[in-house]
Structure formats: structure tokens, C-alpha cells
Design a protein around this ligand. Structure first.
Ligand SMILES: Nc1ncnc2c1ncn2[C@@H]1O[C@H](COP(=O)(O)OP(=O)(O)OP(=O)(O)O)[C@@H](O)[C@H]1O
Ligand SMILES: [Mg+2]
Length: 612
């Protein structure tokens, strides 16, 4: 009986043992399954770089490990507080929160934090078991795992718990990696931002440097231009100074030369006056006179350069002036002249000397443009311009004089500059020729135009206001008898040879003549003659008296003494505004030096009535 009982007990024990082993075997099989899936879990963790993703993968893996009723993970926040971040299933969020609060209150939570293994305690209501496990690496706590197991004191076998610990350790490292990855990403983002910022700064600096370099280049160019401009201005100044001193020099010589010419011309003309017009010597004397007049025109040109000047206008016939200029300039050169000067060309109110000078300059240029010879044509035409004409001149009658050559022509780029003072393409040129043509024509109220073709030639057209219908008073030499007059004349001139010849001419013409060398003496003589009741009919005053009172000042005093005094101004500076506008200064007439006997006598005959 006993033996049977023992045997039965033994069988029962063995059966229990077998069933235990079977259960353990099942558990091990499940554990092995779960461990096999660990490589998938690892892959999930590696793939998912978000904290939430790691939480979810961890819970899924633990769900495979053990049939928890509910489980969740609390996140360790930056301020070291813990908050439920995920739970599985989501319906147990509230009940797990209650369990967590209770565990925090009774110290279980803090206890679990300090243990690196699973802690299981019965829940507050005693219905199930709570299992806590910290999720931590060696250096930091990443969170807390919490789960519910059915039954009050439910336990989990050691292999399962070890596996749970290792899963949570893996999870903790993944969370740490994730955190490091986030920090790294932030850093690299920061770094990228910094690099971008720095790149932008560098770009801005580069743009600024480039802009500064450009500005520098521009200001450098400006500086170079300014230096070149200054250099040019300096050269111009030096040129102008040279020309000015040359002008002063030329002006001085011209003045003296003019006085000498006055003496020659006056003597020649006086000599001619004293012989019959038909005498063979009269012709020779006339030629001498003409040469002297040309020499005087040259001095006028010098004086014009030296001072510029107002034209002394009178009605003149252009034909003799054109003929004279052409023959004078082209004589002895290989250039022929063809003059196309139809009858009936209008006369012009002009300064003969200046007009002749302008023609000389144009003809010289034409000849110089044809160094191998050729033909220059001077054409005269009457032209009536309407309003809005291409010359931009007031409507009216004009004399057009064209000087045409078949020379080298003027390049397009020079056309706008040829009238500029000092513009020249000639090694020996001063560049004043056309500048003075321009200023002379302008002063006469006209225009000068140019058309030119390279290799074909140039045409210069001058338009001058004309006086249709008027003829200049005859220039033919009158017999001296026609110019005789009477009256007392006072001549003031600082040059004694001029005083002498003028005195002789006038005495010859029938006048009574006194002379003096400066303005002060003239005043005294004038005053004295009045006191003696033997006044002068006319006073001829030289404009410029070096070191003494000149004609302008003397005239002002004389007119104070006698407002009706008849005064004539004489000067070599025909371009002096006083000569051009003598009436404004109280003079009744003007004589340009050099004068001939005829001019002097004619001027006096005009001003002093014969009855004197
Ligand atoms: N008929 C022309 N044919 C070709 N070029 C001309 C002619 N007239 C003037 N020029 C050009 O115009 C420039 C200026 O002429 P301008 O008469 O003012 O001075 P210039 O003849 O050079 O020197 P200057 O007359 O003072 O001796 C000349 O250097 C020349 O290049
Ligand atoms: Mg010239």
C-alpha cells in the first residue's frame, strides 16, 4: 500500500515536473523567438532616428517578450521631470498615469530610478502587479519603462527580465544616439548657418571690395583724365602766354612800324599829290603806296592778334579787295586763281583791312592745301536770305564770298575744330588763321561755313551783310585842288616825323597848322588860341602817347573847354574800340594810321566847311 502510494506520489511528482519542464521549454522557445527578432528590433532602432519611433519600437519588442496588460514609457525631460510619452495600448493611458502618480508618491518610482533592473510592486488597488525599469545608459537616464501584469504578486522569470533589461539598455543607447544625433544635426545646422552667414559676409565684402575697386578704377581714370586735362590746360596756358608775349612784342613792333609806314605813305601820297595824275612817276608812286598799304595790313593783322579788335566799318566794294588779296597771296606760288566776280556785286559795310585779312588767311590755307599746285576759285554772289535760313542769319541782303580749293580736304573729325584758336595740323602753323577769319566775320554780323571732302578739296563760304544799291564814295585819286581847304589845324602826335609830314600836307592843302607832342600841350595851345581869339578849326589827336596824355583824355578836356570843338582821333590801333566808335568819345572823325595825304585831306574837307 505504501509502496503504491509512494509510486503514485512519484508519478504525480514526475507529471508535475514534466508539465513544469514543458512550460519552461515553451517559455524558452518564446524567449528564443523574441531574441531572434532582436536583430529586427536593432534595425528598427537604427532606421528610426526619432525619439517617438524608438519608444514605439521598444514597446513593440517588449510586447513580443511578455504579454503585459499595458505598458508605457516616461520621458526624462530637460528639467529632470518625467512625463508619460507613449503607451500601448493607448486606452490604458489614464490608468497608467494613475499608477505612475501613486508610484511617485510612495517612492517606488525614485527607487526604480536608482536600480538598474526591473522593480515589481503590487498596484495601489491590489488588482495587478506594476513593473518599473529605468531606461539608462552608463552616463544618463533617458526615461522609465512601466508595465502592468495581471495578478497581484505576479513574477517574471529571470531570463525574461534579463532580456527586458537588455532591450531597454539598447533602447537607452538608441535614445542617447538619437539625442546626440539631434545635437549633432543642430550643430551642423548651426555650422551650416554660420558657414552660410560667413559666406554671405564674404560675398558682401567681396561685392564691396569689387565696388570699391571699380570706384577706385573710375576715380583713377578721372584722376588720369584730370591730370591729362591739367597738362593740356598747362600747355594751353604756356601757349597762350607765349602768344600773349608774342602779341605784346608784335603789337609793339607793329605800332612803331605803323608810324614809320605812316610817314612813308604820307610822303608818297603827298609827293604824288604834287604831280599830275598822268605823270609816269605817279604810277610808280601809286604802286609804292599800294605796297605800303599791304605792309600796313600786315601790321594790322599783327595788331589784331595782339589785341583783337572792333572793325572800323565803311561802305566798301569787295571786288578790289578780293583781287588784291588773291594776287598778293598767290603771287609766285604754283597755285592759280580763278576769280568769279560778276558785275553788280553788292557793297558791304566792312573794315577793309579786316576783310582783306580774312581773305588772305583763307587763300593762304587754300594754297597750303595744294602743295603741288592747283587752282583756287574765289566766287562772289549776291544772296537774299529769308527768315529761318540755314546760315541762321537775320533775313536780308548778303554778299557771299566763296574760296574753293581742290586740295587735301579736311577730315570729318577736324571739321568742328578748325575754327578753334590754336588748332592746327601744320608743323609751322599757329592755328590762328581761321580763328581770326571767324572772329572778323562774326564782328561784321556774318557767318563762315565750310564743306570739305578728303582728297577733293574744301569750300569756305563767307556771308556778310550787304548794302544793295549803295556805292562807296569814289576812291579815285582826286586832284589836290579838289581837296583844298582853309582853317587852323592843331596836330598832336608823339612822333615828330608824322607831325612834320602831316603839317606839310595840310599846309599844302591850304590849312594853317600847329603841332605838339602830347595831350597836355594840345590843351594849352587850344586854350591859348581861344584866348587870342584865333581858335583851331580842328584838332587831330593821336590816341596813344607813351608817357603822356593821350587823345582820349585830351578830347574830354578839350570838349569841356569848347563843347563844339571839332576833333579827329588818329591811331595805328585801328582795332581800338575808340577808333571804331569814335563818336561815343566825342570825336567827329577817325583816321587810321598809316594815312595817306588824300585820306587826311578828305577827312578834314568833310569836317571843316570851305567857308572857314
Ligand atoms: N583749305 C584747307 N584745306 C585743308 N585743310 C584746311 C584748310 N583750311 C584750314 N585747314 C585745316 O584747318 C587747320 C586750321 O587752320 P588755320 O588757318 O586756323 O591754322 P593754320 O593754317 O594751321 O595755321 P596759321 O593759319 O595760323 O598759320 C589747318 O591746320 C588745317 O588742318
Ligand atoms: Mg592758316
Amino acid at each position: 500500500m505504501n509502496a503504491a502510494k509512494v509510486a503514485i506520489d512519484r508519478v504525480t511528482y514526475l507529471e508535475e515536473r514534466v508539465s513544469y519542464l514543458e512550460e519552461a521549454n515553451c517559455n524558452y522557445v518564446a524567449l528564443l523567438d523574441m531574441l531572434t527578432s532582436c536583430s529586427d528590433f536593432q534595425a528598427d532602432l537604427n532606421r528610426d532616428k526619432s525619439v517617438e519611433g524608438i519608444y514605439r519600437a521598444t514597446l513593440a519588442q517588449l510586447g513580443r517578450l511578455f504579454p503585459f496588460q499595458g505598458m508605457g514609457i516616461l520621458e526624462n525631460k530637460d528639467d529632470n521631470s518625467f512625463a508619460l510619452a507613449v503607451c500601448e495600448p493607448s486606452s490604458c493611458w489614464n490608468s497608467l498615469s494613475i499608477d505612475i502618480d501613486a508610484a511617485i508618491m510612495d517612492g517606488t518610482f525614485a527607487w526604480a530610478l536608482n536600480r538598474n533592473q526591473a522593480i515589481s510592486v503590487p498596484s495601489a488597488n491590489g488588482n495587478h502587479t506594476l513593473l518599473f525599469h529605468v531606461i539608462a545608459t552608463q552616463t544618463s537616464i533617458r526615461g522609465m519603462f512601466i508595465s502592468r501584469l495581471a495578478g497581484k504578486n505576479r513574477s517574471i522569470d529571470a531570463p525574461t527580465l534579463n532580456t527586458l533589461s537588455s532591450i531597454l539598455l539598447t533602447s537607452a543607447y538608441s535614445l542617447e544616439n538619437c539625442n546626440l544625433y539631434t545635437i549633432l544635426r543642430e550643430h551642423s545646422q548651426n555650422l551650416e548657418e554660420k558657414v552660410q552667414e560667413r559666406t554671405n559676409e564674404l560675398l558682401t565684402a567681396r561685392y564691396m571690395a569689387e565696388a570699391a575697386a571699380r570706384e577706385l578704377k573710375i576715380s583713377n581714370e578721372q584722376l588720369c583724365n584730370e591730370i591729362a586735362e591739367r597738362k593740356r590746360a598747362e600747355n594751353e596756358l604756356i601757349k597762350a602766354q607765349k602768344l600773349e608775349s608774342l602779341g605784346v612784342f608784335a603789337g609793339g613792333i607793329a605800332h612803331d612800324f605803323n608810324n614809320i609806314l605812316t610817314s612813308i605813305l604820307a610822303n608818297l601820297s603827298f609827293a604824288r599829290m604834287q604831280i599830275p595824275h598822268s605823270h609816269m612817276i605817279a604810277r610808280r608812286l601809286e604802286e609804292c603806296e599800294k605796297a605800303t598799304v599791304r605792309a600796313s595790313e600786315l601790321t594790322q593783322q599783327l595788331l589784331t592778334f595782339a589785341r583783337g579788335g572792333e572793325p572800323v566799318k565803311k561802305l566798301i566794294d569787295p571786288v578790289p579787295i578780293v583781287k588784291e588779296a588773291a594776287s598778293f597771296v598767290l603771287r609766285g606760288s604754283s597755285v592759280r586763281s580763278r576769280l568769279d566776280l560778276p558785275d553788280g556785286l553788292w557793297c558791304v559795310e566792312a573794315d577793309g583791312g579786316q576783310l582783306s585779312q580774312a581773305l588772305h588767311n583763307l587763300l593762304i590755307n587754300a594754297a597750303q592745301a595744294m602743295p603741288d599746285g592747283g587752282e583756287v576759285t574765289v566766287r562772289g554772289e549776291n544772296e537774299t536770305l529769308e527768315t529761318d535760313n540755314s546760315q541762321r542769319l537775320p533775313a536780308g541782303a548778303y554778299l557771299k564770298i566763296s574760296v574753293e580749293d581742290s586740295g587735301c580736304g579736311i577730315p570729318e573729325e577736324n571739321l568742328s575744330r578748325i575754327f578753334d584758336p590754336y588748332f592746327t595740323t601744320k608743323s609751322q602753323g599757329s592755328g590762328l588763321g581761321l580763328a581770326s577769319v571767324y572772329s572778323i566775320v562774326k564782328r561784321h554780323g556774318g557767318t563762315v561755313g565750310i564743306s570739305s571732302r578728303i582728297g577733293e578739296g574744301s569750300i569756305f563760304d563767307i556771308h556778310l551783310p550787304a548794302s544793295p544799291g549803295n556805292q562807296p564814295t569814289g576812291v579815285a585819286v582826286k586832284e589836290a585842288a579838289e581837296l583844298r581847304g582853309a582853317g587852323r589845324i592843331l596836330i598832336m602826335d608823339d612822333e615828330d616825323f608824322i607831325r612834320e609830314i602831316a603839317t606839310e600836307i595840310l599846309q599844302y592843302m591850304g590849312y594853317e597848322v600847329e603841332s605838339c607832342a602830347d595831350g597836355r600841350e594840345a590843351l594849352e595851345r587850344f586854350q591859348k588860341a581861344r584866348e587870342l581869339n584865333n581858335p583851331f578849326s580842328c584838332v587831330i589827336l593821336d590816341l596813344t602817347v607813351p608817357g603822356g596824355m593821350g587823345g582820349k583824355e585830351a578830347a574830354a578836356h578839350l570838349l569841356k573847354i569848347d563843347p563844339d570843338a571839332v576833333l579827329i582821333v588818329s591811331s595805328g590801333y585801328s582795332n581800338d574800340p575808340i577808333i571804331a566808335n569814335y563818336k561815343n568819345y566825342g570825336f567827329n572823325g577817325a583816321i587810321r594810321k598809316p594815312f595817306d595825304a588824300d585820306t587826311l585831306a578828305r577827312e578834314l574837307a568833310k569836317l571843316i566847311p570851305k567857308s572857314n
